[in-house]
Design a protein around this ligand. Sequence first.
Ligand code: FAD
Ligand code: NDP
Length: 475
Amino acid sequence: MNPQYQYDIFVIGGGSGGLTVVDEAQRLGKRVGLADYIKPSPHGTQWGTGGTCPNVGCIPKKLMHMTALIGEIRHELAATGWQGVDPHSKHNWNTLVNEVQRQVKGINKANDDWLVTTNGITYYNKLGKLKDDHTIELIDKDGQSEFVTAEYIVIAVGSRPSFPTDIPNVKQLTITSDDLFSLKNAPGKTLVVGASYVALECAGFLTGLGYDVTVMVRSILLRGFDQEVAERIGEFMKISGTKFIRGTIPSSIEDVDGKRLVKWVLNGQEQSEVFDTVLLAIGRSADTQNLGLEQVGVQTNKESGKIIANDADSTSVSNIFAIGDCVQGRLELTPTAIMCGKRLIKRLYQNGNQIMEYSDVSTTVFTPLEYGCVGYSEEAATKKFGKENLKIFTSEFTPLFWNFANRKGTCYAKLIVKKDDDVVIGFHYLGPDAAEVTQGFGVVIKLKAKKSDLDNVVGIHPSVAEELVQMQTWK
Ligand code: FAD
Ligand code: NDP
């Protein structure tokens, strides 16, 4: 412990990454400080402790997604002999929001209790700002400042939804995921702008809850993901009732009697439609303005605001580290921020030498037909190894229960295998419970299993996952 400083380590930002650092460091008996402060959205939405994931990200999103999936079952109950359930029964938005917020507040309270009662942690519900390389200014909601010092500083301030710069009053006329999960009034007829994780997940569950939903796609669906699978997701969403307008962006959004008149240009023609709600999901920007980074010499990408850190999470100032969504080139996922924080503390205090590896991270897009993947997409593998050096195994299948209950659509799986050594370098699964199925295959890919290893696995029958160890057809 260096008595020169009040804290051994001070964390700015108490989300997935920041809280992990706090937890790991306090377990080692370090004097830990944390500043976490939520700047309200343009609509004034605010939330409690825990960062994006439990408040306005993974958790409320998954609860709404699951609610929409439960709704699907209404249509299948009659086909399987259940009586007295109206397949056209309506969903109540307020009940869902209240229940979701009850869950969220439970997580907030657990975090609050832990932060306040744990020895070694001092929690400030204040905005943190770097003053010099060992001093942090803490600013409360009334603008009052205090200063603290620390040997190490970790910046984990996350990201916030981006807005286009060329649409007047766009922040007032649209909402983002920061507002959606606590929205007081049902969104009604909704335009979702964007075509990646947030846009497709939100469009999926809003359609499932019974709203008239259109997705406006600038270019492709799910950039960076396997495009054959991405297109299948789009097709499945269309079957479920989501509409798509492809190849354009809004040119203007106006308020007309409380509704939103959206105009866009497609094939040289101006088109327009009125919506109740416009949900922007066009990516997220690092929350690094006014952090005092420049003043202290922490380098950022001038365009994105993201902090530049090396593989060991060091910024351009040696005792200042940065982890999670606010760092350039990192996967913006909760488990990556958590593992990054754990490894950082191990390296700082326990002679650890492992850095966070961002390759072969499993992920799932929680669209109505869920998509789990790990490793290379077909496009990325082809670019890196050449088409002639790959075997692409595919399988289209219908789960037993879907056939039984007359559910429309099919599931899909793809394995990408290197011809020279038979190693599976890409796994893609589009079907029920994708996160649960994909987590196990994450281990398979990490261990560099061969296709012949999968062929030696006896499947579990009847299941959807057995399809993945029986794939024999290759493109
Ligand atoms: P955050 O969790 O964003 O935490 C940063 C914290 O710092 C916030 O509390 C912020 O208010 C605070 N802060 C900012 N500036 C300051 C300051 N100057 N002083 C003090 N505090 C400050 N990931 C998944 O893995 N699975 C999912 O299913 C998933 N779903 C998502 C759904 C949505 C709608 C969104 C938006 C994201 C989702 N994510 C998901 C991504 C995941 O939530 C983020 O990658 C993760 O929360 C990033 O953690 P972090 O610690 O970097 O930042
Ligand atoms: P992304 O950065 O992943 O995607 C942004 C989307 O918006 C792209 O489709 C992009 O299109 C489009 N876009 C960008 N600018 C504009 C514009 N001006 N007008 C119209 N469309 C535009 O952002 P998300 O917000 O979807 O997600 C942020 C991150 O959060 C993800 O990368 C993910 O890591 C994390 N997340 C994880 C989830 C999970 O694990 N299930 C769920 C939700 C979020 P184009 O392709 O043309 O650039």
